[in-house]
Write a protein that binds this ligand. Structure first.
Ligand code: SF4
Ligand code: SF4
Length: 295
């Protein structure tokens, strides 16, 4: 089984619309994992029909049993995170400060504190309009541990691929270089770096490439809207050459992409213009690399 991760150093580079195009081109032969759990939006283009939803629990938080608590204040005195306060006649836990260390539950003389697992989001399995099975997730508002939720999405995607005998997982990775993207990259066979020709785009590409390098994963790069700034596009190409990163394609700016997105379609469904053709060729190239890798 092969795993391709599409990432960019920052949001807004066209990473998700490219992933959706690749998913449409591959159809039933791939399981799609939307690992951008902080702002999942692959569903907007793939029109999934949800077939399973599950809660995701991660981390613990202290809970005080008001019937047992005698308001002695020992827990608040011992908590190093300032997460226990006397409010409206009783000690209460501040959910934003509680780190779930469990110390208060050990020191409470009345055994009035227990640790409760936190429901931090949901993950789902769906059938998409392109015939893929998709796993995605949504992190609850203000919830942390998105790296763990990303790991869960990937784990479920792999399980489905194994069960169905599907040999490809297409991962829409998280933006940035933090914990979620590290989790997205873990176990990948090939990474598609998506960038755009701006100085911040180049800067973020360099940062995310450093991360990919640490994982020793083969990578290729797609420069999106290369013609809006040919000078920076050339600088990106020079960087790719210097680091021996495969330049998969440079995609032209094309207003029909906006029209396609407005209609909830990928560019490869919407028309057969140069942009659509280049996206198809890009995916063909990545597929070829994966196929050669099997031999
Ligand atoms: S230590 Fe236990 S009994 Fe004392 S205030 Fe805290 S929860 Fe209540
Ligand atoms: S679990 Fe730890 S952080 Fe949370 S309230 Fe208890 S002592 Fe404080």
């Amino acid at each position: 089984m092969k795993e391709v991760v599409i990432i960019s150093g920052k949001g807004g580079t066209g990473k998700t619309s490219l992933t959706a195009s690749f998913a449409v081109l591959e159809g039933v032969d791939t399981v799609v994992a939307d690992c951008d759990v902080d702002a999942a939006d692959l569903h907007l283009l793939l029109e999934p029909e949800v077939i399973q939803t599950d809660d995701f629990f991660s981390g613990k938080m202290a809970v005080i049993d008001g019937d047992k608590c005698t308001n002695c204040g020992l827990c608040a005195e011992k908590c190093r995170f300032d997460a226990l306060h006397f409010l409206q006649g009783q000690y209460r836990v501040d959910p934003l400060n509680c780190e779930g260390c469990g110390y208060c539950s050990l020191v409470c003389p009345e055994h009035a504190i227990f640790m409760e697992e936190q429901n931090v989001g949901v993950w789902r399995i769906s059938n998409t309009k392109a015939g893929n099975i998709m796993v995605d997730a949504a992190l609850g508002i203000g919830a942390e541990n998105s790296g763990k939720l990303v790991a869960k999405v990937k784990q479920e995607a792999k399980k489905i691929a194994n069960q169905k005998g599907i040999d490809l997982i297409l991962v829409d990775g998280s933006p940035g270089i933090g914990c979620p993207v590290i989790s997205s990259l873990s176990g990948a066979d090939f990474v598609v770096l998506v960038t755009e020709p701006t100085l911040s785009g180049l800067h973020d590409l360099k940062r995310v490439y450093e991360l990919v390098k640490q994982f020793k994963i083969s990578a290729g790069c797609i420069i999106n809207k290369f013609d809006i700034n040919r000078l920076v596009s050339e600088q990106i190409r020079a960087f790719l050459e210097e680091k021996q990163i495969l330049h998969i394609a440079s995609l032209p700016y094309d207003e029909s992409l906006i029209q396609a997105l407005t209609m909830g379609q990928t560019i490869v469904e919407y028309n057969h213009n140069e942009l659509s053709r280049t996206v198809r060729e890009s995916w063909h190239q990545v597929r070829q690399i994966l196929n050669n890798d099997k031999k």
